[in-house]
Design a protein. Structure first.
Length: 552
């Protein structure tokens, strides 16, 4: 079977859903959206507090793993990615973080012209429907609903108060003028349900006649006529199909999917491609390189009162929470439980925050498989701008074969310095007066873990991915060997082929990646359609006046 469309989008994730929506606003443009996963209907994936379940289900998760990470004791880490409509936005923790303004200014400095904060802010505003954000800094009529928890648990407010007592500032909106400080965390939850990219962008337009969505479609490679992309070869229901693109092919398969599809298509490091039997089409050595992530661990404390999530882990409690959510979309089932947070600088001389705190009124692993005995609370913490870089490579030309993923975590000495600082700064917050009525002994790392060597051992044994892979299709100037796409998201040296997703980030952003991934697609959609970009913003975000000489 062979059929043709103006645009073919590969991947219905955070970016692909946005593109499908914006490109089909032009009624004359026909769009094919290909997704290997299936529907995201079902209570396990839609209930915010059940976030651990879809991430552990083969139905929704590609189930990737890293190679043994040498600097983490040879451990193999999970690297989940969404295999479902909505992509990873349908299995993530629903935390909404734009990133810091200077992240995007850095993008431009690294070669991504016209991707500075002033250029990106209008697109964040266009996509947002922020229900509690700072006036003038947030969008209020976009498709992405952004809410805050009700903070019924007293630990949420106590954590923020403790941060202020430790000398930090309270921020009213870390997604607004000022990221730095302690405050309420925002989530992509609306009316008690997960509000994924598919909820925001895809389901409202399912009836558009110029959009075709095919699920269960495993993309093999891009097809070419000389140096122009003309279509996609994919597998569906056991058969090989071809779809032709009259205008463009757009890869939005994420930090793992987009570079591996390029590699199977003959675009990448020529030597590596030949080693797996693929004839190079275009030598672009940066494909799959520059892999970045956020590494984190838990700092846990026992709590003296039965008020934490650990008190609700019995089957009876879980059933009661689920029934309330199923009936009314309210209660503990209607939140992701990340309702307080902070962004701080780890040392004087650090220009803008490089440490993020996710506070949780419970002591339990992210995947829900390991909980502390008794009541507890924890902070997920780690450096946000690691200097370590990894890579992803295909091991064969078979799209069913998993790629080799090597993050090379903690391969730079500065990462160890930053991680130790992050742990010690976290401990300082937990010793403040606001948390003393609740805090018992430290559970992790444990009071006996104090020296640099002891902290390094703890990091080596316990650090895990925050599941924020990016930057494997670096966006930069065309004569930079790291670059894979130019500032128009076009694959260098290839016509009619773009990459639009988190893989094009020149540098990882300061926080969770769902929001900037959608923003990138909003901005790229205007480029693809030839529209005039939204006017650059003249708003000036907060910059700590004494960052050179003060840590807080």
């Amino acid at each position: 079977m062979s059929d043709a469309f103006d645009y073919i989008i590969v991947g219905a994730g955070s970016a692909g859903c946005v593109l499908a929506n914006r490109l089909t606003e032009d009624e004359k443009a026909t769009v094919l959206l290909l997704e290997y996963g299936g529907t995201d209907y079902g209570p396990f994936i839609q209930m915010p507090s059940a976030l651990a379940y879809p991430m552990n289900m083969e139905r929704y998760n590609w189930g990737y793993e890293t190679i043994p990470e040498q600097n983490l004791g040879g451990r193999t880490l999970e690297a989940p990615r969404g295999k479902v409509l909505g992509g990873s936005s349908s299995i993530n923790g629903m935390v909404y973080v734009r990133g810091h303004a200077k992240d995007f200014d850095t993008w431009e400095q690294l070669g991504a012209k016209n991707w500075a904060y002033k250029d990106c802010l209008p697109y964040f505003k266009r996509m947002e429907n922020a229900h509690h954000g700072q006036k003038g800094w947030r969008g209020t009529d976009g498709p992405v609903h952004i809410t805050r928890g009700n903070q019924l648990n007293p630990l949420y407010k106590a954590f923020i108060k403790a941060g202020v007592q430790a000398g930090y500032t309270k921020t009213p909106d870390y997604n607004g003028e000022r990221q730095e400080g302690f405050g309420q965390m925002e989530m992509t939850v609306w009316k008690g349900r997960r509000w994924s990219a598919s909820s925001a962008y895809l389901y409202p337009i399912m009836a558009r006649k110029n959009l075709v969505i095919r699920t269960g479609a495993l993309v093999d490679k891009v097809l070419f006529d000389d140096n122009r992309a003309i279509g996609i070869q994919y597998q569906i229901a056991g058969a090989t199909k071809i779809a032709h693109a009259r205008k463009e092919v757009i890869l939005s398969a994420g930090a793992f999917g987009s570079p591996t599809i390029l590699q199977r298509s003959g675009i990448g490091d020529a030597h590596q491609l030949r080693s797996v039997g693929i004839e190079p089409k275009k030598h672009l050595p940066g494909v799959g390189k520059n892999l970045q992530d956020h590494l984190e661990l838990y700092v846990q404390y026992a709590v003296s009162q039965p008020i934490t999530l650990n008190s609700y882990l019995s089957m009876f409690s879980k059933t009661r929470i689920a029934l309330e959510w199923l009936g009314f979309k309210t209660g503990l089932g209607a939140t992701n439980h990340f309702e307080s947070c902070a962004f701080i600088r780890s040392a004087k001389g650090v220009e803008y925050p490089d440490v993020q705190f996710h506070f949780l009124p419970g002591a339990i692993s992210y995947d829900g498989t390991s909980a502390a005995d008794g009541d507890g609370m924890q902070v997920h913490v780690g450096p946000n701008r690691s200097k370590s870089r990894g890579q992803i490579s295909i091991l064969s030309n078979n799209p069913h074969d998993a790629p080799q993923i090597a993050f090379h975590y903690m391969s730079h000495e500065q990462d160890w310095i930053d991680f130790r600082r992050a742990i010690r700064l976290t401990r300082e917050v937990f010793t403040q007066k606001a948390l003393k009525p609740y805090t018992l002994q430290e559970l992790l790392p444990g009071h006996e873990t104090q020296t640099d060597a002891q902290l390094d051992d703890f990091i080596r044994q316990h650090a895990s991915s925050a599941f924020h892979p990016c930057s494997t299709c670096y966006m930069g100037v065309e004569d930079d060997p790291k670059s894979v796409v130019n500032n128009q998201c076009q694959v260098i040296g290839i016509k009619a082929l773009r990459v639009v997703d988190a893989s094009i980030f020149p540098q990882i952003t300061n926080g969770n990646l769902n929001a900037p991934s959608m923003m990138v697609a909003e901005k790229a959609a205007d480029m693809i359609l030839g529209k005039t970009p939204l006017p650059a913003s003249i708003q000036r975000p907060f910059e700590h006046p004494n960052w050179r000489h003060s840590q807080r």
